[in-house]
Design a binder for this molecule. Structure first.
Ligand code: PLP
Length: 388
């Protein structure tokens, strides 16, 4: 199996897996700090908080641990929308992840507001003048992702944050696909709220974080307050082993970031170079700055689902993983002006640190063979229908 679906999820790093295994012995509730067993579990969580804080250039008090980025987005976006009744509206980019779109829709429904969508251009870059028109003093939060999960296109976070702040709105940025693959210093400087996820950076599943200053945390309505854990924003017993793994994974991912970025950029470009031999191929988002590991290609005349079906030993995605179960065209590619057919001919290839040059060579061969087969069959079918 050649795995080129690292944007959907990543394997757990061996060092992280052994730490999670070790931490799973600390079974006490980290909130039970009256006894030593509880204190030990709490220490593990606090150490992980410190590690993640360093990785995202923040302080530990700014890390609110959650079960993943989707949960963190709901706490942050709905919390911000319900936190200020004079500002019931939200503005989001058209290519945001469904977790952000649905949180915005839920917040609007609960608070009686509306979701305003800022369009993107053909390369997936946010239209800043449209954003400027949409943000007014009825908007509590503006969400613009740092890196898109389908195309890898990186958002203009600094300019978007200036627009949000000029109208008194909070600026939210999803760094799930940037952390471990690009520098988060800039977004961390400009965003009031950020979300990220452990399983995208070689950590265990079921761990994520909302990142916000103490001041911003106080502005959020606590939709999941529960027993008061995580500074009153995410009630529920902390998953100490998973969070421990998340902390280490974030530390490792950011420690070797320059090497990772250089290596993956070279491999991704080799992949693109090899696929160009097919002819009539193009990169979705090719004109925009992109994260180092993502290549979203449209192969004209080759339906992506058919290509995937004819190379079952190559793991790629025809949209975002969350959408794959639903056969609807990618909202990201449609927002970029792709037709339904063009979106249906697009494949997301996302590489990761375990990817080798030989994986790239083999995937070029397999993908090209599969695409040519599909093009041929499509041609045969069209000729047959013409003759009939
Ligand atoms: N945001 C982006 C950009 C993602 O790629 C994903 C995962 O697909 C999420 C949010 C949701 O992450 P999680 O699986 O941790 O809920």
């Amino acid at each position: 199996m050649i795995y080129l679906d690292y944007n959907a999820s990543t394997p757990v790093d061996a060092r992280v897996a052994s730490l999670v295994q070790e931490a799973s012995h600390a079974y006490a509730n980290p909130s039970s700090t009256q006894h030593r067993a509880g204190q030990q579990a709490a220490e593990l969580v606090e150490h992980a908080r410190q590690r993640l804080a360093t990785a995202v250039h923040r302080t530990p008090r700014e890390i609110v641990f959650t079960a993943g980025a989707s949960e963190a987005a709901a706490i942050g976006i709905i919390g911000a929308m319900l936190g200020d009744s004079r500002r019931p509206n939200v503005v989001i980019g058209a290519t945001e992840h469904k977790a952000i779109i649905q949180a915005a829709e839920a917040g609007a429904r609960l608070g009686g507001g509306e979701v305003r969508i800022a369009s993107v251009d053909h390369s997936g870059l946010l239209d800043l003048s449209r954003l400027n028109e949409l943000v007014d003093d009825s908007v509590s939060v503006v969400a613009v992702m740092a890196a898109n999960n389908e195309t890898g296109v990186m958002g203009p976070v600094e300019q978007a944050s200036v627009i949000a702040h000029s109208r008194g709105a909070l600026f939210f940025s999803d760094i799930t696909q940037l952390l471990g693959k690009g520098d988060t210093t800039d977004v961390s400087t400009h965003a009031d709220l950020m979300v990220c996820s452990s399983h995208k950076l070689y950590g265990p599943k079921g761990a994520g974080a909302l990142i916000a200053s103490r001041h911003t945390q106080k502005a959020l309505f606590p939709i999941l307050g529960g027993g008061g854990q995580e500074f009153g924003l995410r009630g529920g017993t902390s998953n100490a082993p998973a969070l421990t793994g998340f902390g280490l994974a974030a530390e490792l991912a950011t420690q070797c970031l320059p090497e990772t970025m250089n290596r993956l950029t070279v491999l991704r470009d080799q992949l693109w170079h090899g696929l160009q031999e097919l002819g009539s191929v193009e990169i979705n988002g090719g004109d925009a700055p992109r994260v180092c590991n993502t290549l979203n290609v449209r192969i004209a005349g080759a339906d992506a689902e058919a290509v995937m079906a004819s190379m079952p030993d190559v793991a790629v995605s025809s949209g975002s993983a969350c959408q794959s179960a639903v056969p609807t065209p990618s909202h990201v590619l449609l927002a970029m002006g792709r037709s339904t057919t063009e979106a249906g001919e697009s494949l997301r290839l996302s590489i990761g640190t375990p990817t080798t040059e030989s994986d790239i060579r083999a995937s070029i061969a397999k993908l090209s063979a599969a695409a040519l087969r599909v093009r041929e069959l499509t041609g045969d079918l069209e000729r047959f229908l013409d003759d009939a």
